[in-house]
Design a protein around this ligand. Structure first.
Ligand SMILES: [Ca+2]
Length: 296
């Protein structure tokens, strides 16, 4: 009887050792499963978001899912935290998507890259963030040589948009940036399991248009620590252009999305000259926002 018990005991020990071995094998796997495009995405699109309930965005800031709104009708940029080359930011009445005011990046490209950045801090931090911006690109630049706006999660002391080429650890940061290489709207994202050290690009087949107001919406959903269930998505005027899932963005729940950035970054590959990029009707929320609904 005792011998039998000992045998069972040894089998249990062996089973635990094997399980432990399997755990080590998983932790040390050479290439983790890559994120994948979600076909037939269940995400909402079109006029099925928060904005549909607030024609002209009137009162949208009072929706329980909305954490930030700026239509720039205050005539200033006091809701924003100045970032890189903030002196290029202006309030303009030249063109506006809503009301009489919009925000404008006024950039004179001479030597090297140029642009500007301003940000909104989100407190408390979020596990999922939808970020809708109306933008109007200048007629005279090559959109393939620009980077756009971002959603970031950082711990104190970590630069949200700096640190290019540094792989996140799972505890310090993750980011999502709108990008436009080869004139394809793309999502550029930093996460611990990205294949290279420069971030990974998820490309759609769609392009931004010049000289026209367009609603671009980004979604960044953090994973549950221990799971690869983070997601990203992008919409243009309510059309879902791309949705990818399977990201491990973080290993600790306290690393949350805590900033959005309104960025224009122009590469020196554009001809020297003056460029203006207009923004209006910014909304940040925890649910799909969608394009502005017409006023009744
Ligand atoms: Ca406005």
């Amino acid at each position: 009887m005792i011998a039998k018990l000992r045998m069972i005991q040894s089998s249990l020990v062996l089973a635990v050792v094997l399980l432990w071995g399997a755990t080590i094998a998983v932790a040390g796997e050479a290439s983790p499963p890559a994120p994948y495009e979600v076909k037939d995405s269940p995400l909402p699109h079109g006029n099925n978001g928060i904005a549909a309930r607030y024609p002209g965005d009137a009162g949208i800031e009072r929706d329980p899912a909305v954490v930030f709104h700026d239509d720039f009708e205050s005539g200033d940029l006091s809701k924003w935290t100045p970032g890189w080359r903030f002196d290029r930011a202006r309030i303009t009445q030249e063109v506006a998507h809503s009301g009489k005011h919009a925000m404008q990046w006024a950039v004179t490209l001479s030597q090297g890259d140029d642009g500007g950045n301003m940000a909104v801090k989100l407190a408390p931090g979020l596990d999922v963030c939808f970020y809708r911006v109306y933008c109007r690109l200048p007629e005279n630049f090559e959109p393939r040589r620009m980077h756009g706006w971002s959603i970031t999660a950082t711990t104190p002391g970590v630069s949200p948009l700096g640190g290019a080429g540094i792989r996140p650890t799972g505890k310090d940061k993750f980011t999502l940036t709108l990008d436009n290489p080869h004139n394809n709207l793309s999502l550029y994202t930093y996460y611990p399991e990205m294949p290279g050290k420069w971030g990974a690009s998820y490309r759609t087949e769609f392009s931004l248009h010049k000289g026209k107001w367009q609603a671009v919406e980004l979604m960044l959903k953090a994973n549950q620590p221990g799971h690869r269930d983070g997601e990203i998505a992008v919409w243009l005027d309510g059309k879902l252009l791309g949705h990818w899932a399977g990201f491990r963005y973080r290993d600790v729940p306290e690393l949350k999305i805590n900033m959005v950035h309104l960025v224009l970054y122009l590469h020196a590959g554009n001809p020297a000259g003056s460029y203006t990029m207009f923004h209006d009707d910014v909304v940040v929320a925890t649910k799909y926002i969608g394009p502005m609904a017409p006023k009744k």
